[in-house]
Design a protein around this ligand. Structure first.
Ligand code: XMP
Length: 500
């Protein structure tokens, strides 16, 4: 295992991803992780991520006490990236300062200045790397040497080969660092001597074993199914006669979604699923709310204390009633997070995986492709796709109809699998139009379709004009209260995928 300590960089997920792509299991841990948890993972190597802080800010994250001693005793190589490198320098007795001139940002050249353990080939001597830092190391701790410098002369790679501690000021994990992936592989395989034989099958076995250990012989498992790929794969992992699946219709689902999900679960997965109708209560909570955060909070609160516990327990009692222990599976800590006094034990088999890894796991488990390839759908549902008050007028119905036309059109044109996520957004404005010689003053909807590999960054999908023409005509002809369709051409960043 390679543990990645997350100090808050927007690229931390990418570090974990690069490591797994190399065939090494990586586990993300929060920056304030305890030594116990690190020891529990028995890491062969540890990477300290970047982060937005300066080491000099009060309360800036640090490695836990005993970290360096533990790594030395167990001969664990450590690589610090950006903030991670500054942490190494600062905590081991060197000096980090705010960079003169405000730092280095973007893609720029760096040069290796001496023979090193970190860079093994000549091709690496001069390379373009991705920088994003305001602080820099100006004096290294004893025994460390400078391996590379930026064109401006800043220290951008350091090492102490004997102690097996390494630091990179730039981000080798982003594609803009031309030899970054090579450097990470060199660290994992040549320096840390990892084997690179980790496969998705291993996750499957490990997770099943963990579940077997956690769920005792008389325990029962409740799985909240959403119909999406994560919960379906999670349920399939636990399949057995002590698994009780529940599907909650929260009133914020797509067109006929509840019926379709129930049908497909029964027909294709042969999962006994119990449906709970919470639409009225959820919409009641949302009435009059138009601030995005207030809406999300209301949904989160209802999700937790309104639906799950009382309804599930009343309407889906486990066969052997009165069991002492129950477990519940959730693949997302959705919206507001879970309460502290959760009266279940949590099983989160997919917690560490990215969406496309969950998909691979699902394929290994034989989950039908129609579940695997579904676009993600957010927990707060259509509520984050209706700007303003969800409950006003017929907004939900209008949006459902538009969304259905859009998604069906994408399928008809063979584009569904090329797109990460596609949906419509209801805008709280009206526009003037003309339909059948009549002046109209009707709804405006926006369409959004993006490509992405993990939802962290995304690009808008470049539909052909023919498709856009087809779909906008079809929407206005099918959904009579809509007279204008616009297409969202914003990437993430600066936008997010959802509008709220
Ligand atoms: P954003 O809008 O943050 O979305 O770019 C990234 C991905 O996450 C989904 N999303 C959510 N999923 N609960 C979820 O389960 C949520 O509260 C939530 N908010 C956004 C979104 O659909 C996209 O795939």
């Amino acid at each position: 295992v390679c543990c990645v300590l997350d100090y808050g960089s927007q690229y931390t997920q990418l570090i974990a991803r690069r490591i797994r792509d190399s065939g090494v299991l990586s586990v993300l841990m929060p920056g304030d992780v305890t030594m116990e948890r690190i020891k529990g993972a028995q890491p062969k190597t540890i990477i300290l991520s970047g982060g937005p802080n300066s080491v000099h800010v009060e309360g800036a994250p640090r490695v836990p006490d005993g970290f360096w001693e533990y790594c030395a005793e167990n001969d664990i190589p450590v690589l610090g990236i950006c903030y991670g490198m500054q942490l190494i320098v600062h905590q081991l007795g060197g000096e980090v300062k705010t960079a003169d001139g405000g730092g280095e940002y973007g893609r720029m050249p760096m040069n290796v200045v001496r023979d090193s353990t970190l860079f093994s080939t000549e091709e690496q001597d001069s390379q373009l790397v991705w920088m994003s830092h305001g602080d820099e190391a100006v004096k290294l701790p004893d025994g460390f040497s400078v391996v590379a410098r930026s064109e401006q002369g800043a220290i951008v790679a350091i090492e102490h080969p004997k102690r097996r501690i390494f630091g990179l000021q730039y981000h080798p994990e982003v594609v803009h660092s031309e030899r970054g992936a090579e450097t990470i592989r060199h660290f994992l395989f040549d320096i840390a001597k990892m084997t690179g034989d980790w496969r998705m099958e291993d996750v499957l076995e490990e997770e099943m074993e963990k579940i077997r250990l956690q769920v005792g012989p008389t325990d029962h498992v409740i799985c909240a199914l959403s119909g999406g790929v994560d919960s379906t794969v999670a349920a399939t992992l636990v399949l057995g006669d002590r698994l009780h699946c529940v599907f909650v219709d929260n009133g914020l689902l797509r067109y006929k979604e509840a019926e379709r999900v129930m049908d497909t679960f029964n027909q294709h997965l042969h999962l006994p699923v119990c449906k709970v109708d919470d639409a009225d209560r959820m919409l009641g909570r949302l009435k009059g709310l138009s601030d995005p955060e207030a809406k999300r909070k209301a949904i989160g609160a209802e999700f937790i204390d309104g639906t799950l516990y009382p309804d599930v327990i009343e309407s889906c009692p486990p066969p052997g009633k009165g069991q002492k222990h129950s477990h519940t599976i959730k693949s997302h800590h959705n919206v507001g997070g879970l309460p502290e006094d959760l009266q279940f034990e949590l099983i989160e088999p997919l917690r560490e995986l990215f969406k496309d890894e969950v998909r691979s796991l699902g394929r290994l488990l034989g989950v039908p492709e129609q579940f695997i390839s579904r676009h993600p759908f957010p927990g707060p549902g259509l509520a984050v796709r209706i700007i303003g008050d969800v409950t006003e007028g017929d907004r939900l119905d209008v949006l459902r109809e538009v969304d259905e036309v859009f998604i069906n059109s994408i399928r008809e044109w063979g584009l569904y699998d090329k797109i990460w996520q596609a949906f419509a957004v209801f805008l709280p404005v009206r526009s003037v139009g003309v339909q059948g010689d009549q002046r109209t003053h009707s709804h405006v909807v926006a369409l959004r379709a993006v490509t992405s590999s993990d939802g962290m960054t995304a690009d808008w999908y470049p539909f052909q004009p023919d498709f856009l023409r087809y779909v906008s005509t079809k929407i206005c002809n099918t959904v009579r209260s809509v007279n204008r369709v616009v297409y969202d051409v914003t990437s993430k960043p600066p936008g997010t995928i959802e509008w709220e």
